[in-house]
Every structure is written in structure tokens, then in C-alpha cells.
Design a protein around this ligand. Structure first.
Ligand code: KG4
Ligand code: ZN
Length: 340
């Protein structure tokens, strides 16, 4: 919309990220720091995350500008995620972005973090034939597990979501029970490669039921009961691997079933898109590809670095929402107008 390159900041959880995109959405530079300091606690500590964003952002933004060979004045506007997420980190990122915008005399644009995940697939060149509206988005991360009908910029319809844990949360908790490091998803996937996915019977919550809600807490409990006989003793490696593989299979079965229902609820969808950290899971991706193929649809998942939290998606969502606002003759989305 003639606003020039955007410098975007993401700080809603434990990734501190900055990216610069051209007005056309070409990524000129991007950096992500996955904060350390949380692993000892087995999860993200909001206070530590907020302080780390504060310490990391100035250097990160300078380095990203240098990567793009740009001076701050070359930026057209500044964008940041302003929610949903951990409030401390969001305040740090948004205040930093606003301060930068103010000092440069450029506009500040607020971005909804979930909307940024939802629009990532539309980044130029990402999906070979493009991601035209409408499409079905499965957002599976540490904090979210939802099926969303993406009908246009700013036009989202939640078809279903988790009634307890997010999928990533379940991966992380189960990984912890198996004595793996954090974040648990990638570690669990690695261990599952040595396991038999049919070795240990586990429930498939909500599978076969109408709608596309999700539930993972019962699956987590069922798994913890399989561990009970071992008490505090270390688990035999093969048993742990079989549990990991069986859990991953159960999640993939449930998600495939729920998404296939969601596609029936949205017959107008032209594409199935997966986003969020759990979409990095290769077993899940393979199943989603099958679900899409069964419905006669293409399947697209952003590359792993764009599936997990990053600032490229924030910059892209800022460009798309500014364009949409311009098309509708509305003011640029700032933090007073950002969609909840
Ligand atoms: O989207 P994301 O980076 O952050 C938010 O939660 O917003 O997602 C992180 C989540 C974590 O729970 C992590 O364990 C999970 O994504 N994850 C995975 C894999 N890679 C990351 N879960 C399963 N398999 C993976 N390969
Ligand atoms: Zn996210």
C-alpha cells in the first residue's frame, strides 16, 4: 500500500524475532533467537521471557537492519505482535516497536499473532500455486489448537478448537513424563522414530464425534498411567520409544479425524493449511496430506522456520492488513483497532 518496507517484531512467547520485508512481501532479512533460560523450568517462564526480550531486542533489530543493508530511515513502518500471548513480552515488543516508529517519524502497525499464523501461507512464493481465500487453517502450536475458516484478510471463522490442552502442550508434557528435554515436541518426534506406533494402546479423544473440537488431556492421563508401574525408576529405552511413537500416532489420528470433519464443515475451502510449531511434526504432516488428498484438496504447510514463531509472518500480516484497510478506505490498523 505504498508504505515501503516493514520492520516487524515478534515477542509473544519465548522467541525474540525481527524481520524486514519489502512492500511486496519479499523477506529482506530475518532473525530469530529462541531464548534459553526456560529449559530448567520445563516450560516458558513469562517473567524470564519478558526480561530476555528487553535485553535481546535492541541488538537483534540492529543486526537485522545490517543483514538487509538498510538504515533505520529506510524503513517505511514498524509492526509488532500485540496479542494474544504472554503479556510481559508483548508489552516489551510493542513498546520497543512504537518507540522505534516514533523516533523515526513512521507509522506503527499492530498485528494479531494468530492472524499472522493464519496469513503466513500467503507469503509470496511459499505455496506453489498460491494460497487464495478461502482455505482451512489448522493452527497447532504450544498455545493454540484450532480449525479456522480463513475467508479473507480480517475474515476468520473458528470452526472448532481444543476444550482443554493445545496439541503442543500435550507433546511437551508427555515429553517431560518420558524424561526428555524441553521443548518436548521435537525430542519426542526423534525418540518416536525408534518406537512402534502400535505397541501401546492409547485412547483417541473425540475421534468419530461430530464437529472439530480437540481434547488431549485424557490422552496425557492415559499415558501417565502406563508409566505408573515404573515409579521413579528410569524407563527402558524401547518402552519409552514405543510410548512416544504410540502417543504421536494417537495425536495424528485424532487431528486427521478432526480436520477431515472441519473440511466437511467448509466445503468451499480450496486448500488445507497447517501452521504453528506442531505442524513441524513429520508424522502429522503426512497424515494431513492424506486428509487433504481424500478431500481432493492441496495441502500446504510453511517451512519449519515459518511454522514456529517468527517475525516474517508478523511483517506479512501487517502488509496484508494495511492493504485491506486501504482497499476499504479505513485507517491503518494501530493498537486501538487491532483485532482481538
Ligand atoms: O508455534 P510455536 O513455536 O509457539 C507457540 O506455541 O506459539 O509452537 C511451539 C510448540 C511446542 O509445544 C513444541 O513442542 C511444538 O510446537 N513442536 C512440535 C514439534 N516441533 C515443535 N511438536 C511435535 N513435533 C515437532 N516436531
Ligand atoms: Zn505462535
Amino acid at each position: 500500500p505504498g508504505t515501503g518496507p516493514v520492520l516487524a517484531i515478534e515477542s509473544s512467547c519465548d522467541e525474540t524475532a525481527c524481520a524486514i520485508l519489502s512492500a511486496e512481501g519479499v523477506c529482506l532479512a530475518q532473525r530469530v533467537v529462541s531464548q534459553d533460560g526456560h529449559a530448567d523450568f520445563g516450560g516458558v517462564v513469562p517473567e524470564i521471557a519478558a526480561r530476555a526480550h528487553l535485553a535481546l531486542l535492541p541488538g537483534l533489530v540492529q543486526a537485522t537492519l545490517k543483514d538487509a543493508d538498510m538504515a533505520p530511515q529506510d524503513i517505511g513502518f514498524v509492526a509488532a505482535s500485540t496479542g494474544p500471548g504472554l503479556i510481559g513480552g508483548l508489552i516489551v515488543g510493542a513498546s520497543f516497536a512504537k518507540g522505534l516508529a516514533l523516533s523515526l517519524g513512521k507509522p506503527f502497525v499492530a498485528v494479531n499473532h494468530v492472524e499472522a499464523h493464519a496469513l503466513t501461507a500467503r507469503l509470496p512464493g511459499l505455496v506453489p500455486e498460491g494460497a487464495a481465500f478461502p482455505y482451512l487453517l489448522l493452527l497447532v502450536s504450544g498455545g493454540h489448537c484450532q480449525c479456522i475458516a480463513v475467508e479473507g484478510v480480517g475474515r476468520y471463522r473458528k470452526l472448532g478448537g481444543t476444550i482443554d490442552d493445545a496439541a503442543g502442550e500435550a507433546f511437551d508434557k508427555v515429553a517431560k513424563m518420558l524424561g526428555l528435554g524441553w521443548p518436548g515436541g521435537p525430542e519426542l518426534e526423534k525418540l518416536a522414530q525408534c518406537g512402534n506406533p502400535n505397541a501401546i494402546p492409547l485412547p483417541r479423544p473425540l475421534m468419530g464425534r461430530a464437529g472439530c473440537d480437540f481434547s488431549f488431556s485424557g490422552l496425557k492421563t492415559a499415558l501417565s498411567q502406563k508409566l505408573a508401574p515404573y515409579g521413579l525408576d528410569p524407563l527402558p529405552h524401547q518402552f519409552a520409544a514405543d510410548l512416544a511413537a504410540s502417543f504421536q500416532q494417537a495425536v495424528a489420528d485424532v487431528v486427521a479425524d478432526r480436520v477431515s470433519n472441519a473440511l466437511k464443515m467448509m466445503p468451499e475451502a480450496g486448500l488445507l493449511v497447517a501452521a504453528g510449531g506442531v505442524a513441524a511434526n513429520s508424522v502429522l504432516r503426512a497424515r494431513l496430506e492424506e486428509v487433504a488428498a481424500d478431500a481432493g484438496l492441496r495441502f500446504a504447510a510453511p517451512p519449519l522456520r515459518l511454522c514456529t514463531d517468527n517475525a516474517v509472518m508478523v511483517g506479512w500480516a501487517a502488509l496484508e492488513t494495511c492493504q485491506e484497510a486501504a482497499d476499504l478506505g479505513l485507517p491503518r490498523p494501530d493498537d486501538s483497532t487491532v483485532r482481538p
